[in-house]
Design a protein around this ligand. Structure first.
Ligand code: HEL
Length: 410
């Protein structure tokens, strides 16, 4: 559908790679059905540029707006060679993986093989310490299961180096979690935990009899033709052309650590997918467009638990309420060296995926959230331009993801 490409990538600056595919059709809509403003290309470029000045070696964003594609990239994919980021490069998507895992489980609900309100222990006898923990609690981060990564990554670089070549079984990871008591009574409170989506992976494998990689491929990657998307575990390399990830050490001024290669075994079904901006947009567009599960399960996926005043968590799905009143749906991801945002409109017709190739840098994380504002809220109005531009590129502490304590250095 894309009719032409203009410009080319350089390491030196942001470059518009392609635009204009089809004449404008119905614009993306918010929940109330009002028309969304056109994506703000200058705003998108400004966000990427800010991320670079704040410490990211590179950054990219892709907006798919009902057939029109906006692609921008800035900076380097590889600090050794100086190769520029190209918007088709693959990267590690971290917890965006959780949305893929939830889709597989909701398909299994559609097939009558799983019930959301049944205890996990009915499917995996004796796994969890409390028989009241249901599948729904796990997928909505309300199980209370402690997040073992809080301890694993308390010290950022030493924590990463200690696990980057390790291979864990799912049971190993659950055992790490169970060294600590539950954070809350099952169902009583939202408490984000990677452990929940390790349990999700165990459920997928138990109910299908196949590895999660097989189920992602069969149910999502192949039907949607996500040719850049792979589940990579326990191999350490990111296959094909990709952006390298650079982890920011806790010590101010210390050199970035190339963290591209790791098993990601500490995350697996909670975070080990590799993808591209194009594929992430295709995935979330298809999801919200109703192509991946029944309308009944899509409604279940959007039963929101309040995270904070502008965010909700469904079943492996985040909702973010933007400054212009539009809500968007998708997930964020943080793995060592990679920050990802991937969100779509309620109707799936406008999607944005953005990546910065650093992590443990809360300033960059917050700045990259500005891609959502620019993609869905459009240009700030003339009178409000100065204030709105500042809002989109200035880190605001209260806008952090609902991250575990210490997950990103200030
Ligand atoms: S954390 C999150 C994000 N999720 C969760 C998951 C993911 N990623 C992790 O659990 C990785 C934690 C360590 C990340 C590391 C860094 O910045 O690379 N930080 C440290 O080691 C800090 N000491 C909730 C942010 C999500 O958006 O859902 O991805």
């Amino acid at each position: 559908m894309v009719s032409r490409t203009v410009g080319s990538a350089t390491a030196l600056g942001a470059v518009l790679l392609s635009l204009l595919a089809v004449p404008a059709q119905a614009a993306a809509t918010d929940v109330a059905g009002t028309e969304a403003a056109a994506p703000d290309d200058a705003g998108l470029r400004s966000v990427l540029h800010s991320a670079l000045t704040q410490g990211a070696p590179g950054a990219m964003v892709r907006v798919d707006d009902n057939g029109t594609v906006h692609l921008w990239a800035e900076g380097v994919a590889d600090r050794d060679t100086g190769r520029a980021v190209i918007t088709t490069d693959r990267f590690r998507v971290g917890s965006v993986t959780k949305s893929f895992s939830a889709v597989v489980l909701l398909q299994l609900v559609d097939e009558g093989k799983l019930s959301l309100d049944t205890p996990v222990n009915s499917y995996l006898p004796g796994l969890l310490p409390d028989d009241r923990i249901t599948v729904r609690h796990v997928l909505s981060h309300r199980s209370g299961l402690y997040d073992y990564t809080n301890d694993m990554f308390a010290q950022t670089v030493p924590g990463f180096e200690a696990v980057r070549n390790k291979v864990f079984s799912y049971q190993d990871l659950v055992n790490l979690s169970l060294k600590k008591p539950l954070d809350n009574t099952p169902g009583a409170a939202y408490s984000y935990s990677n452990t929940n989506f390790v349990v999700a992976g165990m459920l997928i494998e138990k109910l299908t009899g196949h590895a999660v990689a097989t189920e992602y491929q069969k149910r999502i990657f192949t039907p949607l033709n996500l040719s850049d998307t792979l589940y990579v575990h326990p191999h350490t390399a990111v296959p094909g052309r990709h952006v390298n990830g650079y982890l920011t050490p806790d010590e101010t001024g210390a050199a970035l650590v190339d963290s591209t290669e790791q098993t990601l075994s500490w995350a697996q079904s909670a975070g080990a997918i590799v993808s591209s901006t194009r594929d992430l947009n295709t995935f979330f567009s298809a999801l919200m467009g109703g192509q991946l599960m029944s309308a009944t399960q899509l409604t279940q996926m959007q039963q929101w638990t309040t995270v904070n005043s502008t965010q909700g968590y469904g079943l492996g799905l985040r909702r973010r309420d933007l400054s212009c009143g539009i809500s968007v749906y998708g997930h964020t991801g943080t793995v060592q060296g990679y920050y990802t945002y991937a969100f779509t409109s309620k109707d799936g017709k406008r999607s944005v995926a953005a990546l910065a190739n650093t992590s443990n840098n809360a300033t960059v994380l917050n700045t990259m959230a500005g891609t959502l504002e620019s993609a869905f809220c459009g240009k700030p109005s003339t009178t409000a331009t100065t204030k709105a531009t500042a809002r989109r590129v200035t880190p605001v502490k209260q806008q952090y993801e609902d991250i575990a304590p210490g997950v990103a250095r200030d």
